[in-house]
Design a protein around this ligand. Structure first.
Ligand code: NI
Length: 468
């Protein structure tokens, strides 16, 4: 398929040249014999355009950027290595990696090399290869804004119009192993070369497909966008790199034990403990629940929706300040087994990020919406560094919407080591909270957070319903 496409394209290109040549009334530049004076190194009348030099393309040397970690994705016979952060660059690299794999079905490896780190700019070259390099793209990110561009997008619109004559003149000057290309061919070469355009301290490098050469264009001569110009200035001035922000804490591994320090003197091995859990917030009513819990000195565990967090970051901050534990309940409450692995990751990661931004510690506890799990979901949650918390007391508060009934349901099944499921998004549930606390206390229960119930520690990858 691939070869045929190339073949047809080549035939088409040759056809266009033939017509152009006929129009020009000359076949001379189509002959294999180079015209006198066009051989490289020979004396010539035409000189290179101002601000342009031609260099032999060489394998680019990477640089070391501290804290630039990588993540490996192995899927469908392709091993792809992407930067893990900063997030804008990580996302862009994945998008481009997947695109290159789509364009070149023979790709077996995608990898990246940091190329420059100057001022607030970080540039990586993302390469797709099989036995040999098939395609590469320069990705540039500005750490102060997290904006990311492909190298080509830092050129002004008129760039290929401007570069094609430079290429033709360079060819005329005998600096390229090309016969003097027609204007349309020069533009097509530039077009293809611009996909992997490179910013260097010397200038802008435009590789010339089908040759071993790159055209290096002085930044003064290169039409750049405003950001492109800033990058060029930073590169030529040799600005000091501002550095990557501090890395997030390393993701704990499956089987690892996470300890939750508590300043409360609780021993659920001796006391009769039960944990109240509230799902699906934060909503304005969550504040009422927090008031009730504060009035009784009772801590709880909240499994929150990431999409709600940016609307009520102060509620998250309050939960943390008042000694409650905040867990992850996905971004939008989907049933996770219906999603792809990638979607599951995104639901969980986005929520964790929103929680951290709102001032909560990196979440370790996760509750799947509807309690819905699958082998894929379980594996993914473990890999993302979570312990899964289900429940053994279902108050059915979302269904009954009757305060007395919710209290009864909570109490009926409450046993030592139990986890009670409630939803702070229903007024009938909120109204039930004081009575649930009163009756549990009356029955001699100590109300604790989920980590306290589990003895102050959880194991990553494990699923908990209670502690008995
Ligand atoms: Ni829920």
């Amino acid at each position: 398929m691939k070869t045929n496409t190339h073949l047809f394209r080549n035939i088409a290109i040759i056809g266009v040249f033939l017509i152009l040549a006929l129009l020009a009334g000359s076949f001379s530049w189509l002959t294999a014999q180079p015209a006198p004076g066009k051989e490289r190194g020979q004396a010539r009348e035409v000189s290179l355009p101002v601000g342009v030099s031609i260099l032999s393309a060489q394998q680019r040397e990477g640089i070391t950027v501290e804290q630039l970690s990588a993540t490996t994705v192995a899927e469908d016979g392709v091993v792809a290595v992407y930067p893990e952060r900063p997030s804008g660059l990580a996302q862009s690299a994945r998008t481009w990696g997947e695109l290159l794999i789509g364009i070149h079905p023979e790709v077996t490896h995608v990898d990246f090399t940091p190329i420059f780190a100057t001022g607030s700019f970080l540039g990586i070259e993302l390469t797709a290869s099989a036995h040999e390099r098939l395609a590469s793209v320069l990705l540039v990110t500005d750490l102060t804004t997290e904006e990311t561009w492909r190298g080509q997008n830092l050129l002004a619109e008129e760039a290929n119009e401007a570069f094609a004559p430079l290429l033709r003149q360079s060819a005329k000057a005998g600096q390229l192993p090309l016969p003097h290309p027609a204007a349309s061919e020069a533009r097509s070469l530039i077009d293809r070369g611009l996909i992997s355009v490179m910013f260097t301290t010397q200038g802008l490098e435009v590789p010339l497909p089908g040759t071993e050469e790159v055209m290096v264009i002085d930044y003064d001569t290169a039409p750049l966008t405003l950001t492109g110009r800033e990058l060029a200035q930073s590169l030529t001035a040799g600005d000091e790199f501002i550095g990557l922000p501090n890395p997030p804490p390393a993701t704990p591994r499956v089987g690892e034990t996470i300890t939750f320090p508590s300043d409360r003197d609780i021993d659920c091995a001796r006391a009769k403990c039960v944990a109240l859990t509230f799902d699906d917030g934060p909503v304005p009513g969550t504040n009422t629940v927090l008031d009730m819990l504060a009035a009784e000195g009772v801590p709880a565990t909240f499994f929150v929706l990431g999409s709600q967090v940016p609307r009520h970051p102060h509620i998250i901050a309050r939960m943390v300040a008042e000694g409650h534990v905040v867990g992850n309940h996905t971004w939008l409450h989907p049933s996770l087994p219906q999603l792809t692995r990638k979607e599951v990751r995104s639901q969980v990661r986005r929520t964790a990020q929103a929680l951290v931004e709102a001032g909560a510690p990196e979440p370790v506890l996760f509750r799947p919406p509807y309690g819905a799990m699958s082998d894929m979901v379980r594996a993914e949650l473990g890999a993302l560094g979570y312990a899964t918390i289900l429940w053994d007391v279902d108050t059915l508060d979302w269904e009954v919407r009757d305060t007395d009934q919710i209290v009864k349901n909570a109490l009926k099944d409450a046993r030592d080591g139990g986890i009670i499921l409630l939803h702070d998004i229903h007024q009938t549930t909120i109204d039930a909270v004081p009575e649930i606390i009163r009756q549990l206390h009356e029955e001699g229960f100590t109300l604790v957070t989920v980590p306290e119930l589990l003895g102050g520690e959880v194991t990553i990858g494990k699923v908990y319903r209670h502690n008995r």
